[in-house]
Design a protein around this ligand. Structure first.
Ligand code: CMX
Length: 443
């Protein structure tokens, strides 16, 4: 058994035992109430699922196994001469709960490089799609095409025991994460670089190799890619892409099927697609205003016209967060340190000055602050990755780390099929009639 698998096995066995004890003693304790407005309101804030890799606090933002993003940037191993964390280290942390050493991260990079071979039929499947198919759809199809190699699916059909599910899920997770950058880069070069593909360089780490296969050799871009792939990896379990993985996986669909479904959720404009929408929105603004250096007043008028047109301001607001997103702040800091003079980045910062008071003045927006998607496009454009339809793919590659680490945990802990209760409005009316009826006399 490899060293990461061994550590994960020990940790998950221990937690499994602990959970059994907790449930035996406290299983009937009430952890939450549910209001009718939550039933109609997208199940916001209802505590109802388990997700080990990370936890979101509405004020402080995301913590991965207790570590904030600034702490991860400080404590996770980095590339030689690099300042940003290696996403491999975050995967190790999410899977085991333990910060890895430099050697352990090196081992993981090498292990993924050995697993990264993508079967030829996957490229042929992608090539069969019309070139104007959205890159997120191409990625989802590419992942589905790899499903015939699922260790979980093969072992399940040969009668695998429940106690082995975690092992097969771990193998699929490691293979899939290892292959993803190659598949995504293939899509990028197919669509935007006339099929001039770039072969992997196995001397590089996971993030830098992805940048290399996309065709970007700038060290600054490689550093940003490491940061990007780290901060987008997980946002606890209730967000649409994570929850989709969890739900689909709970039927014992293998990691390829579950993660492909997650990509389809991430491809929605209220979720991951917002990062491309932000850039489209800014470019339209620059075009409309006729300047690359708009004033705060001009931006304010443009924001108001977006809202008056019945559209949301992309990159702002969040279902859980109630403060500026630490993932936005990490990117802001990266830009202050590395590219403070980019016109586009300066626009992003001015938008941050202007949008929150306008959204607050509407009186209905619960969080007027920027989220992760408000910043990334400007940085990618600065480094020359201008094809914004590809941005959500990069988000998706990062998201694999969190949702697949969580899937390993779900199978190791033996979590069951997910099946919440739904009701009809007819049921609600009857429920209200009963609860509002006066108590019968004498009772
Ligand atoms: N611009 C304009 N209006 C907004 C808004 C924004 N950025 N954010 C919220 N609102 C509106 C909502 O549309 C809703 O209006 P109605 O009551 O008329 O339908 C009202 O404010 C209340 O919404 P909320 O409770 O504050 O926010 P939700 O939890 O319902 O939605 C989110 C959260 C992210 C979908 C929403 O803020 C939004 O649409 N933001 C823009 C898209 C975006 O950036 N998405 C990326 C999120 C991060 C990610 O998952 O990647």
């Amino acid at each position: 058994m490899d060293q990461l698998k061994q550590l994960f096995y020990e940790k998950s066995q221990n937690l499994s035992k602990e959970i059994k004890e907790i449930l035996a003693e406290h299983g009937t304790k009430i952890v939450d109430d549910v209001q009718l407005s939550q039933v109609y309101g997208g199940m916001r804030d209802i505590t109802s699922m388990l997700w080990e890799p990370s936890l979101l606090d509405s004020e402080q933002g995301i913590r991965f196994r207790g570590f904030s993003i600034p702490e991860l940037r400080e404590k996770l191993p980095r590339a030689a001469n690099g300042k940003e964390p290696l996403p491999e280290g975050l995967f190790w942390l999410m899977l085991t709960g333990v910060l890895p050493t430099k050697d352990q991260v090196k081992w993981l990079t090498e292990n993924w490089n050995r697993r990264a071979n993508v079967p030829e039929h996957v490229f042929k499947t992608i090539d069969a799609l019309p070139i104007d198919t959205h890159p997120m759809t191409q990625l989802s199809v590419g992942v589905m095409a790899m499903q015939n190699t699922s260790v979980f699916a093969q072992r399940y059909s040969s009668g695998m025991q429940k106690t082995e599910y975690w092992d097969a899920t771990y193998e699929d997770t490691m293979n899939l994460v290892a292959r993803l950058p190659r598949v995504a880069a293939y899509i990028f070069r197919r669509v935007y670089r006339k099929e001039d593909h770039v072969l992997p360089d196995i001397s590089l780490d996971w993030g830098a190799n992805f940048a290399h296969m996309l065709g970007f050799e700038d060290e600054g871009f490689k550093e940003y890619m490491r940061l990007f792939l780290t901060i987008h990896a997980d946002h606890e379990g209730g967000n649409a892409s994570a929850h989709t993985t969890h739900l689909v996986g709970s039927t014992l669909s293998d990691p390829y099927l579950s993660y492909s479904a997650a990509l389809n959720a991430l491809a929605g404009p209220l979720h991951g697609l917002a990062n491309q929408e932000v850039v489209r929105w800014i470019q339209k603004m620059v075009e409309t205003l006729g300047t690359t250096k708009p004033t705060r007043e001009q931006i304010g008028e443009y924001v108001k016209s977006t809202i008056a047109g019945g559209r949301v301001v992309p990159g702002y607001g969040h279902a859980v967060l109630r403060k500026p997103d630490p993932r936005y702040m990490a990117q802001k800091q990266f830009c202050e340190d590395n590219i403070p003079d980019s016109d586009l980045v300066k626009i992003v910062w001015k938008i941050f000055d202007v949008v929150p008071p306008i959204l607050s003045s509407l009186g209905k927006v619960k969080n007027p602050w920027p989220n992760v998607d408000a910043h990334s496009g400007a940085v990618l454009i600065h480094y020359g990755l201008k094809e914004y339809n590809f941005y959500t793919v990069i988000f998706g590659i990062s998201r694999a780390l969190g949702v697949l680490a969580a899937q390993c945990w779900s199978r190791a802990l033996g979590l069951p099929l997910e099946r919440p209760k739904s009701v009809t409005t007819e049921w609600v009316k009857e429920f209200l009639a009963k609860s509002e009826a006066p108590a019968e006399e004498g009772k």
